[in-house]
Each structure stands twice: as C-alpha cells, then as structure tokens.
Design a protein around this ligand. Structure first.
Ligand code: ADP
Ligand code: MG
Length: 328
C-alpha cells in the first residue's frame, strides 16, 4: 500500500463542516460569525509518551484526546484537526485500529479530520486541533491561565493520579491487582477530554488549564501567569484517586505517600484545573451538572506568591512534588 492509498483508506472521510477536507494542498474552514479560532498542537513520540507496542486503538484515542483537552482548557468548541504521522512501516491492521480509535473520539466531539502529512520514520504522531470560542462585545470568551484572583476557589475535574498508578505498575515499580490495573490503565491510555466542562465554564472560571504534567506543576503555570499563589488541601486532593475510592488504599496496598505523589505530581490526567470566585460556587456546580463532569474544590488562591500544601486542620504538609519536564 502506497502513501496515497493509505491516506485514502484510513484517513479520508467526506468533509462535513469543512468547506474542503483531505485531498488538496490545503483544507478550507469557514469560522462561524462572531467566533475566534483556538489552535493547539500536541506530539506523541514512541518511548516518550507511549510504550512501543501499545494497542493502536488506544493510541489513536489518546493522540486526539490530549489535543481536545487543550481546547477544553480554553473553553473552545472542537471543529477540526490535522494529523501528521510518521510510520516505520505500513501495517494495515495497525492502521485500521489506530484510525478507528482516532476517528471514534473525533466523532464524539464533532471534530473532523481535514488534512495532515504522512511520512516514513520512527512512529510519531502530531495533531493540530482547531476549535472556536465566541467573542462577545469585542472580548474573547476563551479561558486563559492568567485570570486567577486572590480569594478565588481552586477546582479540579474528575479524578487524578490513576494514570500515574498505571504507569508505575506497567514499569514494574508498583504492584496492583489486575482489576485495579485495568481501571487505572484506561485512565492512562484513554483519557477523557473535558470538552463539555470547559465550554460550560466560559464566563465563570477566571483561569483554567488542563493537567498533563501533574497538578501542582500545572497549577504553577496559572499562579505564575496570574501573579498569585495558592493553598491546596491535601486531605481533599488525596480522595481524588479513583483506584482508592473503595478501601483498597486503606489496606496499605498503595502508601499515603505514593497516593499523594500520584495526585499532586502524577501527570497524564487530562483533567481541568480552574479557578472561580467564591460568588460563582453555584454557577460552577451548575456547569459541572450541565457537563455531567464532577468537580472538586481543593483550595484557594492567595495574594502571597507560592504554593502551600495544608491538611484538613490547616497544618503545613511537607514535601516537594515536581511535575514532569521533558528537559528537566
Ligand atoms: P502535499 O504534497 O501537498 O503536502 P500530501 O501529498 O502530503 O500533500 O497529502 C495529500 C493530501 O492528504 C492532503 O490533503 C493532506 O492534507 C492529506 N493528508 C496527508 N496525510 C494525512 C493524514 N495522515 N491524515 C489526513 N490527511 C492527510
Ligand atoms: Mg501541496
């Protein structure tokens, strides 16, 4: 199978919203009136972002999901994406599963594949997503990292830390019972981009981002860009591991230290962290219900710079939790 047959077979579908999809030198997209384009790229490299031999359906899912997560963080509505793919060989079975996983996520979010590039080389997947955000009265409704104010609440969506548990288990650094590993592995390999929540938080959240490198490190980006600090309640945060929802963790299978490390610095969660004024608590709950996505209030924004960890009694919790840094 040649390059063009491959593109036609696995990555070409009739254009829907796009004025022109795959097949010409450019795709053509008509932004809706009153909308601004939101654009983001994410690259997945074998050995760095995923294990060699990972199941191709999951890989297709994750490649698009992590990009949609960036749109979610900005409160953008997905529109389209492009796919730049380097493949070591043409493996029809692999391509069929990869494109099935990719296009299933695309369909869930109405995000159409409009173009890309295909080349021979070490397995590498780079996606660029295009979304749209309303501009109201000349002002963009996009959620940014820079709007957090002292006194705001800090929230996270969904659950945190399970992807890291799975990663540690797959690397043989932790033993998990098979059912827990299967559950945690889904969080690592098939993250759920919080697209509906991001959109529901427009006009409510003062700042937002998606958690890809670990809660504290990513929250640090909001703090830095907003010129504020935060206090986070670790007794609340530690309840966010789904694998520990029953008493698995209480049995000592996963130490408290490990749980905290997974929640605070795990990475690969693809949940949203966001801030909102205290006066918006009921609006945040309404957004959470509307998006059918749970949110948990884990702390507050302070005028004093820096990140402080406290327990339920307000006592300082020691420890440093560095987030992932490719060149760190
Ligand atoms: P060009 O030579 O102009 O760069 P290509 O020959 O690389 O174009 O690609 C032909 C068409 O197929 C283009 O419309 C391009 O966007 C699309 N395309 C290439 N690779 C992919 C891919 N992996 N997924 C979707 N569309 C692709
Ligand atoms: Mg061309």
């Amino acid at each position: 199978m040649g390059e063009f047959d491959l593109i036609a077979r696995y990555f070409t579908r009739p254009a829907r919203r796009a004025a022109l999809g795959v097949g010409d030198d450019c795709a053509l997209l008509q932004p809706a009136p009153g909308m601004q384009l939101a654009i983001s790229s994410d690259m997945l490299v074998e050995g760095r972002h995923f294990f060699a031999g990972v199941d191709p359906f999951s890989l297709g899912h994750k490649a698009l999901a992590v990009n949609l997560s960036d749109l979610a963080a900005c409160g953008a509505t997905p529109v389209a994406f492009t796919l730049a793919l380097a493949l070591p060989t043409v493996d029809a079975a692999w391509l069929a599963e990869f494109s099935r996983g990719l296009l299933a996520v695309a369909d869930v979010h109405g995000c159409e594949l409009v173009g890309g590039d295909t080349t021979q080389g070490p397995l590498n997947i780079c996606i660029t997503v295009f979304g749209e955000v309303p501009v109201v009265g000349g002002k963009s409704q996009a959620l940014l990292r820079s709007g957090a104010k002292a006194g705001d609440d800090v929230y996270v969506s969904g659950t945190l830390g399970d992807a890291r548990l799975a990663l540690d288990a797959l690397r043989g650094r932790l033993r998990l019972p098979a059912d827990l590993l299967a559950q945690a592995r889904l969080r690592l390999e098939r993250p759920t981009p919080r697209v509906a929540l991001g959109q529901a938080l427009r006009g409510i959240a003062t700042a937002a981002l998606d958690i890809s490198d670990g809660l504290l490190g990513d929250l640090g980006h909001i703090l830095k860009q907003s010129g504020v600090g935060a206090t986070i309640d670790t007794d609340i945060a530690i309840t966010l591991i789904a694998a520990c929802a029953d008493d698995t963790c209480a049995t000592g299978l996963i130490s408290l230290k490990k749980q905290l490390e997974c929640v605070l610095a795990g990475g690969d969660d693809y949940e949203l962290a966001f801030t909102a004024p205290v006066s918006a608590r009921s609006a945040v709950q309404a957004a959470s219900r509307q998006a059918a996505t749970p949110v948990t209030r884990i702390g507050r924004i302070d005028a004093q710079p820096g990140l402080r960890l406290v327990n339920a009694q307000g006592q300082a919790v020691p420890g440093s939790y560095a987030s992932f840094d490719h060149f760190g």
